[in-house]
Write a protein that binds this ligand. Sequence first.
Ligand code: ADP
Ligand code: MG
Length: 346
Amino acid sequence: MPATKKTAKPIPKPKPTPTKKVVVHKIEDAANKLGTISAALKADVLIEALPYIQRFWDKNIVVKYGGNAMTEMSLQEDFAEDITLLKLVGMNPVVVHGGGPQINSLLSKIGKEGQFIQGMRVTDDETLDVVEMVLGGLVNQEIVTLINKAGGKAVGLTGKDGNFIHARKMTIISSEDKRKKIDIGLVGEVVSIDTAIIDLLDSQDFIPVIAPLGVDEHGTAYNINADVVAGKIAIALQAEKLVFLSNIKGVLDKAGNVLTNLTPAKISELVKNGTISGGMIPKIDFALDAVKNGVKTAHIIDGRVPHALLLEVLTSEGVGTLIRGASANRGTGAIGGTGGSRRSGR
Ligand code: ADP
Ligand code: MG
């Protein structure tokens, strides 16, 4: 085959490139501009935190870290940094964690399916073993490790340590028929909290990381909903704040808007008509319980937002639903959205 003669392509004229000097100049310009802006912004952001640091210095901040907010590693690392930072600027964060999805995953590995009634996990003997393994072991130690990596000094414990969460078996009343009691197994309710161990850890700059297990006078262990434990610990410590980090924007109405200006009466109506259901029920119940019993504010915030906790405590950015106690600066136990202007009562 005769070789086809390749026609020589015209060599494209090189595009005039800017001289090195111009490029360098442009980059330097941009860098300077960015550097100046970001330095000013950085200073603003840090200064914005000042009144919050002053107000919450040496105050107890109880944080419920929901199992559903624990899925992404980068968010977990953010959370660990936030907790460490709050501690280092002088607050006393106390972490109570859940672990629902992690428990479900281990249960399914042994061929068991998690069952819930009115937001509470039905707990037989075998389920309790899994709950203890996952909450008291895996999840607890994962959070402890992340906080320690971030530079904090976290200590993991369950309510069985030093018997500090006294519990008894819980029976729940059917929401459909108030005369009907439902047995949900080894699920406990909190009888009392002995805060001595938390105070001891705080006093030595340790950060308590608490798995929600309790124990009765016979030594029987109970699985307790972490929202309940967080609420009761917040009351026992007369905490400044109780923060629930979950996987949702806040308490939502049927259309998905974050609810504002709720009253206890409105809440029970929303539970009755099914707007508030499942895992949100214990959160809202124990947030209300906390603010009625001396906790200044309770917050249900979106743990999927990076550094949600830091934004909530140290800036004017609200990322969820706020529930105010009568003892907080404004309002009387009303619930509001947390977005918008600087909040004087937080
Ligand atoms: P966590 O692990 O944080 O405790 P849960 O799944 O137990 O998470 O509770 C949060 C869930 O509650 C939300 O993801 C949502 O599915 C459910 N929920 C039910 N009613 C509401 C409501 N009105 N507003 C927001 N979330 C609700
Ligand atoms: Mg839950």
